[in-house]
Every structure is written in structure tokens, then in C-alpha cells.
Design a protein around this ligand. Structure first.
Ligand code: GDP
Ligand code: MN
Length: 378
């Protein structure tokens, strides 16, 4: 999960990383007010989940609150690299002397967290990584030892940091590591870490990505998902603990197993239909789970029909059939529902569905054809 720069800065500040004073604004007036409170020259920063905002015109300086208003009005509500800007961060501008880079990232191939440090941070770090990778010092953290003093010292030497910066940069790097591990992050980056003309070290930009699988034990971070740029149905699915991806069509798809659901989506498309979503209810198909899934799919006003595709393995088809029937009784349904059941106890399952409004199908192809006939091609 990605969080916004202003959220990442609030998080980093909790671990003692210095960040410039700033406020979030969603209108030009709010931006002017924030600039007045902050005082002096400010920088206006578009809050969208994309890198390279500076080069795309999403980071602008303003000398006065009036200028902050104008600049904010030019950034807000417009797309930046394809994403609409709903908020800007208004921050006290920095007197930049040097721009450094600090990053920690999960290196899946190494099965370790990698730490990277460079004295040539800023907007061209990707180019540095490509053309002169030796300018980025890198090491891997032993999970039983954590980040050690000697590693940090070696990184600073390798990256060619002048001695005067060692103390301050080490402090920030240890704090960043603490922030990274405590937040179950898979990426924590400060680019640039600015050395000001006054000699202080400040995080001018911040990026943190959280491991989705750890959100259950990071309630404060999980709550930030609300503010993220995601589909409202996907946010609802997350709250309900369902594996759901919004696709935008008019045929709701529910199945057990990611592979089966994907195959069902393909089949519906082949028949000329338009799947509304991916929804995997996993193993088990108790009434509660099925009702929860069906309710979510029907919240999408575009859905004009639903296709259940369930393979009864350990979960028996008669259990699934009862689950679907009970769910349909509980959830108000006024669209056709096609159910394809196969596997353990399929005859019993189909018998349960006989003489109900649910439309049975024996194969996935037949099920896809039936639902597309009922809903129409698109
Ligand atoms: P990014 O382009 O999305 O990575 O956004 P950054 O926050 O990193 O800003 C891009 C660049 O803006 C920085 O590398 C600085 O060179 C430049 N910049 C100039 N003045 C300021 C300032 O006061 N604050 C910040 N954050 N960046 C500034
Ligand atoms: Mn940056």
C-alpha cells in the first residue's frame, strides 16, 4: 500500500526524522492560509502516488501567500502524470546546499532488507542508478542483527560523504530503519535528504510503501487507505476482508480460487460479456461469507447479473448451494444469478438449487453463455 508524502512525513517525524513544517490543503484558499501560517517562502507539492513530480511541474515555489494561492490553483484539480491532484502539501521552503539519498527496500531476491545511500540524491537518482551505480552505496541487513553501526559507517564512506555530515545522517538513517521495520514497510525512502545552507539535515521528500499483508497489525496505517486514491468498492472489500478487484463491467463474478475466478472472467469476455469485478471467496463457502461477497458485488450499481463459479473440493457443493440460497434470501437481489457448481456432492448441490430463482449451469462455458444472454453483450 502506498501512502502520500505528507503521511509518510508525519510517520517519519514520529521516529525523530526532521521534516519541514507543513500543512495539507485541498483548495487554493487553504493553501494561501497555510502559507500565511508557515510564513516566508513555501513550496507547494502535489500529493499523488507517483514519482518525478518535480520534473512534471508538481513541485513549485511561492514567495507570498498570494502566490501560494495562484500556484495551488494551477496544480489542484488537474492531472499530474495521469492522476488528479486533490491535495497539495504546503511546506516551508528549504535553502538547499546539498541533496542526499537514503533508502531502505525489501530485496526479495536476497531475502533481506537492502539499505542504499548516495551523496548525489534529488530528481536524477534513477539516472544515477542507471549510469553510475557505483555512486549508490548499498548493503543488506542481517535480520538477527538489524542495522549496525559499522554498516552505516561503511555506507557513508563508500558513498563519499564528508565527515561533517556523518553524525546527522547516521541519526536519520537509524531512525529511518526503525520507522521501516516498525511500520512493516517494504520501502522507505528520503530523496532528497537536504543539507541546508544553514547546515541542518532535513527530509525534503518522503516515500513509504507498507506491506499489504501486515495491515492487520498496523491499524493506524491501514486507516490511511481511506484517503488513498482507490476505488470505493475496493476500500469496502478491504473492510470486509474480501479479495476484490473492480473491473468496471456489468457482470458480477464470484468464485473460489484466484485461478478459477480469472478463468471465469476470460470465459465471460469470450462470450462477449463484460465482467464487473474479480472476487475470490477462497476455500469454504459458508452462508456468511457468500452473503458478504454477494452484498459487495451488488453495491456496484452497474452490476446487472451475477455469475457464481464454485468448485467443490474440500468444500462440498451442497454446503455451497445452501450458502448461496441463504445469502440470496438475506441480500435483496433483483438481478439474474447463474450458478455453476461442480465437484464433491454436485448432484446434491444442484438438487438444492432446483425450483429456486437461481439459474443452474453444468460447465463454466454454459454458465458464461447464460449470464451473457441474460445481461446482454457489451
Ligand atoms: P519528486 O520530484 O516527486 O521526487 O519531489 P521532491 O519533493 O523530491 O522535489 C523535487 C525537487 O524539488 C527536489 O529534488 C529539489 O531539488 C527541488 N526543491 C527546490 N526547493 C525545494 C524545497 O524547498 N523543498 C523541496 N522538497 N524540494 C525543493
Ligand atoms: Mn523526491
Amino acid at each position: 500500500m502506498k501512502i502520500h508524502e505528507y503521511q509518510a512525513k508525519q510517520l517519519m517525524a514520529k521516529y525523530g526524522i526532521p521534516v519541514p513544517p507543513g500543512e495539507v490543503a485541498s483548495t487554493a484558499d487553504e493553501a494561501a492560509e497555510a502559507a500565511r501560517r508557515i510564513g516566508g517562502r513555501v513550496v507547494i507539492k502535489a500529493q499523488v502516488h507517483v514519482g518525478g513530480r518535480g520534473k512534471a511541474g508538481g513541485i513549485r515555489l511561492a514567495e507570498t501567500p498570494e502566490e501560494a494561492r495562484t500556484v495551488a490553483s494551477e496544480i489542484l484539480g488537474r492531472p499530474l502524470k495521469g492522476l488528479r491532484v486533490d491535495r497539495v502539501l504546503v511546506e516551508s521552503a528549504l535553502d538547499i546546499d546539498k541533496e542526499l539519498y537514503l533508502g531502505i527496500v525489501l530485496d526479495r531476491a536476497a531475502r533481506r532488507h537492502a539499505v542504499m545511500v548516495s551523496a548525489v540524491g534529488g530528481v536524477d537518482i534513477e539516472e544515477v542508478a542507471r549510469e553510475t551505480p557505483e555512486k549508490i552505496a548499498k548493503t543488506w541487513i542481517d535480520p538477527t542483527l538489524g542495522l549496525t553501526n559499522y554498516q552505516v559507517r561503511n555506507l557513508l564512506i563508500d558513498a563519499g560523504f564528508e565527515r561533517a555530515l556523518w553524525a546527522d545522517v547516521s541519526k536519520v538513517l537509524f531512525a529511518l530503519y526503525e520507522c521501516y521495520t516498525s511500520s512493516d514497510a517494504v520501502l522507505a525512502e528520503i530523496n532528497p535528504l537536504v543539507v541546508t545552507k544553514q547546515g541542518s539535515v532535513v527530509a525534503a521528500d518522503a516515500k513509504v510503501n507498507i506491506d499489504d499483508n501486515a495491515l492487520f497489525r498496523q491499524p493506524e496505517l491501514a486507516a490511511l487507505r481511506e484517503a488513498a486514491e482507490e476505488n470505493p468498492l475496493e476500500i469496502e472489500a478491504f473492510k470486509r476482508g474480501l479479495q476484490y478487484v473492480h473491473l468496471g463491467g456489468n457482470i458480477g463474478i464470484i468464485g473460489n480460487g484466484a485461478g478459477l475466478v480469472m478463468a471465469t472472467i476470460d470465459e465471460v469476455k469470450r462470450e462477449g460479456g463484460s465482467p464487473a469485478n474479480f472476487l475470490d471467496i477462497g476455500g469454504g463457502a459458508k452462508a456468511d461469507l457468500v452473503a458478504n461477497a454477494l452484498e459487495l458485488v451488488l453495491m456496484d450499481p452497474q452490476v446487472k447479473g451475477v455469475l457464481f463459479n464454485v468448485f467443490g473440493g474440500i468444500t462440498r457443493c451442497d454446503e455451497v448451494a445452501n450458502g448461496i440460497l441463504e445469502a440470496v434470501r438475506r441480500v435483496k437481489v433483483d438481478v439474474p444469478i447463474v450458478v455453476r457448481l461442480t465437484g464433491t456432492n454436485e448432484a446434491e448441490g444442484r438438487a438444492i438449487l432446483a425450483n429456486t430463482p437461481l439459474i443452474p449451469a453444468e460447465t463454466m462455458q454454459e454458465a458464461a453463455r447464460k449470464i451473457v444472454e441474460l445481461v446482454g453483450r457489451s
